[in-house]
Design a protein around this ligand. Structure first.
Ligand code: G3P
Length: 496
């Protein structure tokens, strides 16, 4: 039996390859950031070729670091930034344009027109989603409408669509396999999560030819093998899931009612709701968690668009910190935010507000507010947003979480985790390995090829690093939350 499972984690700002062993331990890792393009305010793009090249690069690097060969790898699991939309030429493999990233707001007006035409309820029932520029469907339409000749070529079957996992599988198999997994398909706004098929009616409304769509498959199954020229031999690609669903799996939230929150570029709180979709009345979306062992698991999701990205903004745009890690130490230099609130609605607001036109704001600035207050307020804004989603989740599911499992890069920030526990008044549990997204993809792939026997065996790998328990008094907490709610209202509708 081969020793490792390779996880390819295609994130929003970087690509990573991690080699895991049977105990779920990281044996090798390589990471590369890639370019972010902002051609207009509110627009975000990636170069799909760069995503592919850097992913292949990190895969080779991770293998070389510990002298691993293709035969030592039992399978590859892929996890990815979801919704990001790539359309490419079936023959040449050339993308017809930059990938439109999930954060991109360019189709907001078209989404408004869909809402005005009365599609909100029918789309929700079929796809579990709210109509928003976030999801892939309207992004595909935009490309077909704006890239010269694209629609004709798509109709003739010359173009293919994929989210990032589809693109990477297609590239790794040298164009032999064009598939997506159910969890990623459920983020396109084109997929019927009840029937597990592309929805003909929605395709008609959005005028998207079905022939360009990938074949939807479970999240744990052998899709194909890597072309031997890439990694020194063929390796089965046996798992794929959107990064948030993969993290839910990696945190072993296998039972209904179990939930996790991932602090990445954005912040995504998902609760497993079992084998039946639960439709939200409080601004959450219903999504497919994974398809495994002939069954489909659903989840309720609160999608927050900007979390870790707000810390990057402090570093790269405001230049208040040199590294993301510094934010913890700087935030603790002051005892509070001095009445100031940062609302990082840089790309609109997701759950539970869903305002495509909201934009970032800082309120409550007085003469005494310094950079430490702004840094602290930015970290607090992440915890406030998660609190808002948790309130909605409780209302939808009737479940009051006894604790919150956390992961993702920013979960390493102890100040943020303590603040989170304070705001939600529940313990926050951080695992020893916060790479749960990659771990989830590895587990899905490993289960498909028998590297791990079953979910129970996978569960044995879970280890808790630290539990943060609430410390803040209730009166202060309520006052702070009220201030946040007032601040958010200033962000509403700004770009309309
Ligand atoms: O839906 C977008 C999400 O998949 C992006 O995740 O980790 O890059 O913030 P992340």
């Amino acid at each position: 039996m081969a020793d490792y499972i390779m996880a390819l984690d295609a994130g929003t700002t970087s690509n990573r390859c991690i080699l895991f062993n049977k105990k779920g331990k990281i044996c090798s890792m390589a990471q590369r950031e890639f370019h972010q393009y902002f051609p207009q305010p509110g627009w975000v793009e990636h170069d799909a070729d760069e995503i592919w090249a850097s992913m292949l690069g990190v895969a080779v690097e991770a293998m070389n670091r510990i002298g691993v060969e293709a035969a030592d790898i039992a399978a590859i699991g892929i996890t990815n930034q979801r919704e990001t939309t790539i359309v490419w030429d079936k023959e040449t493999g050339e993308p017809i344009a930059h990938a439109i990233v999930w954060q991109c707001r360019r189709t907001a007006a078209y989404c408004d027109s869909l809402k005005e035409q009365g599609y909100v309820d029918s789309f929700r029932k079929k796809t579990g989603l709210v109509i928003d520029a976030y999801f892939s469907g309207t992004k595909i339409k935009w490309l077909l409408d704006h890239v010269p000749g694209a629609r004709e070529r798509a109709e003739k079957g010359e173009l293919l669509f994929g989210t990032v996992e589809t693109w990477l599988i297609w590239k790794l198999t040298k164009g032999a396999v064009h598939v997506t997994d159910y969890s990623n398909a459920s983020r396109t706004m084109l997929f019927n999560i009840n029937t597990l098929q592309w929805d003909e009616e929605i395709l008609k409304v959005l005028d998207i030819p079905k022939c360009m769509l990938p074949e939807p498959k479970p999240s744990s199954c052998i899709y194909g093998e890597t072309d031997p020229s890439y990694l020194g031999g063929p390796i089965p690609i046996a798992g794929a899931a959107g990064d948030q669903q993969a993290a839910l799996f990696g945190q072993t939230c296998f039972e209904p009612g179990e939930a996790k929150n991932t602090y990445g570029t954005g912040c995504f709180l998902l609760m497993n709701t079992g084998e039946k979709p639960v439709f939200s009345r409080n601004g959450l979306v219903t999504t497919i968690a994974w398809g495994l062992d002939g069954k489909v698991n659903y989840a309720l999701e609160g999608s927050i668009f900007v979390a870790g990205a707000a810390v990057q903004w402090l570093r790269d745009e405001l230049r208040l910190i040199d590294s993301a890690e510094d934010s913890e130490y700087m935030a603790k230099k002051v005892k509070d935010t001095n009445g100031c609130y940062v609302v990082p609605a840089f790309t609109g607001l997701g759950a539970p507000h869903w305002d495509q036109y909201a934009r970032g704001t800082i309120v409550g600035i007085t003469r005494g507010v310094n950079k430490y207050h702004i840094i602290r307020a930015t970290l607090e804004s992440i915890a406030y947003q998660v609190h808002d989603v948790l309130v909605a989740m409780k209302a939808d599911s009737g479940i009051d979480l006894t604790s919150l499992k956390v992961d993702g890069g920013a979960s390493a920030n102890n100040f943020l985790m303590q603040t989170q526990a304070d705001f939600i008044q529940a313990p926050v549990k951080r695992p020893s390995c916060v790479e749960t997204t990659a771990m989830g993809a590895a587990y899905l792939a490993g289960l498909a090829v028998g590297y791990w026997k079953d979910k129970e065996e996978v569960k044995e790998n879970q280890e808790v690093d630290r539990i943060f328990t609430p410390e803040l008094d209730e009166k202060t907490r309520k006052t702070m939350v009220r201030g946040w709610e007032k601040a958010v209202r200033y962000a509403y509708g700004w770009a309309r």
